[in-house]
Design a protein. Structure first.
Ligand SMILES: [Zn+2]
Length: 459
């Protein structure tokens, strides 16, 4: 009958579709009679007179020869299956992403396994499962960090798995696989604020081999930069040719000036943020800079080590009383912006081979950034008008926010990035909507600039 004929037609198409010049993954069945279509009408989303049939994807067995690791531009390590080439859904497949260690464990994929491959959505090759009956008796479970000996395959820097994430990442500031991302982060306004060095220029610097890590920027010459080719001369119609575009002398001079400023004047906290060590944001970097006089002091820092080794920080976080009574936290009065995980990252970076190379390079370049908010002993702020007070700054004020941070810190106060019940004051300019709302709900007093002056006794 007609239903059987319909199914036969779908099956016939399943064979024929592999000869088509384009990929297909299903068939659409439609009612031909327009009068019947009229009667059936539409649901809110689709017509009732048409339905899609999805073919199950074609699956093939092949051998998993090796697992290679790709280092992404943000340092994420992605395991990739290298397969004995196999023809699936119209093309030869020899590689498939394994996503991450968790996925490998979930499917229990081991080197030398026979695996079933398909193309998801008929496009992206993926490994469906292992044919365990064909497994070699000596096949061992695969563990990415162990196979890599806890080192990035691109730069041998330390790798880590951030809590809450499945991916392993290379944390080395100088990793060449991450050059563009690292240089862009280094140069951004909140970092070392290098004029004219955005992502597109970073890409060209890396492509041309002029810089493969942030610190190599300091060896660039005026000539190197001025001649950096941004766009080659192009012809779209074969008649006219557009002019090539180079970085140019003027922009080169500006960039060199800001590199000089970064080298000689940028304070420690800006450098620490620019180095992109995982879990070190702007506020954490400031807190580190409050506790250290210069960058080289972070290597082997006792404070960092003490914090990294705090045994029961999670517990301490839960209990305000315990936290206040903890001798180390009390001694340094370390705020919530700098926790043990960040401290562990700092410690493992500076003690790693990659970290040692960075310190050596900085030393060779004559760079050792100094703290501009060094105040490790909270008792030294005693007697200052804002001693022991925590501020959050928001909205647009009469001067840039960092200026107000400086003023607050110079008077013994601390500046934090986010509002909590422990915040003493919100300094708010025009706008600053969400922080203002939060401050109101937590009954944190909101100050304007005049109120701050009054607190400082300067009104
Ligand atoms: Zn690396």
């Amino acid at each position: 009958d007609s239903l059987n004929a319909l199914l036969a037609a779908i099956r016939e198409l399943d064979t024929a579709r592999h000869e088509l010049a384009y990929g297909t993954d299903g068939a659409v069945v439609k009612i031909i009679d327009f009068a019947q279509r009229e009667t059936l009408g539409f649901t809110s989303r689709a017509p009732r007179w048409a339905a899609a049939f999805k073919y199950p994807p074609e699956q093939r067995e092949t051998l998993l020869k090796e697992i290679t690791i790709q280092v992404g531009r943000t340092g994420v390590l992605t395991p990739v299956a290298e397969l004995a080439p196999v023809f699936v859904s119209g093309t030869t497949v020899s590689r498939a992403t394994l996503h991450n260690q968790e996925e490998i464990e979930r499917k229990d994929i081991r080197l030398g396994d026979t695996v079933v491959v398909e193309k998801a959505g008929e496009i992206i090759p993926s490994i469906v499962k292992v044919v365990t009956e064909k497994r070699q008796p000596n096949a061992e479970p695969y563990h990415l960090p162990a196979v890599l000996n806890h080192q990035c395959p691109s730069c041998h820097g330390p790798i880590e798995q951030q809590s809450g994430f499945v991916a392993w990442r290379c944390t080395n500031f100088e990793c060449p696989a991450q050059a563009v991302t690292r240089i862009t982060h280094f140069a951004q306004r909140k970092g070392l604020d290098l004029d004219g060095l955005g992502e597109s220029v970073a890409i060209k610097l890396v492509e041309t081999g002029l810089a493969s890590s942030p610190l190599e920027l300091f060896t660039l010459t005026l000539d190197d930069l001025a001649n950096l080719l941004l766009d080659p001369a192009k012809s779209s119609d074969g008649l006219t040719v557009s002019k090539e575009r180079r970085f140019g002398e003027k922009r080169a001079e500006t960039l060199l000036t800001s590199l000089k400023r970064a080298k000689e004047e940028m304070p420690l906290h800006r450098w620490l943020f620019a180095m992109g060590i995982s879990q070190i944001g702007e506020s954490g970097a400031r807190e580190l800079a409050r506790l250290h006089k210069k960058l080289s002091d972070l290597e082997g820092s006792q404070i960092v080590s003490d914090l990294a080794d705090l045994p029961d920080f999670e517990e301490l976080q839960k209990s305000k009383r315990k936290k206040e009574n903890h001798p180390r936290l009390q001694e340094y009065q370390i705020d919530d912006n700098l926790g043990p995980v960040a401290a562990q990252n700092i410690r493992s970076f500076f003690s790693s081979e990659a970290g040692q190379t960075v310190l050596q390079r900085l030393n060779d370049l004559g760079i050792n950034p100094k703290s501009d908010n060094f105040a490790p002993d909270p008792s030294s702020t005693e007697g200052l008008p804002l001693a022991g007070k925590t501020f959050v700054v928001t909205g647009s004020l009469s001067a840039p926010r960092p200026e107000f941070k400086k003023i607050i810190e110079a008077h013994g106060g601390k500046v934090s990035g986010s509002i909590s019940a422990k915040t003493d004051y919100l300094l708010a300019g025009e706008g600053g909507g969400s922080k203002r709302t939060k401050a109101e709900s937590l009954q944190v007093p909101i100050l304007n600039e005049e109120d701050l002056q009054e607190l400082l006794g300067e009104a």
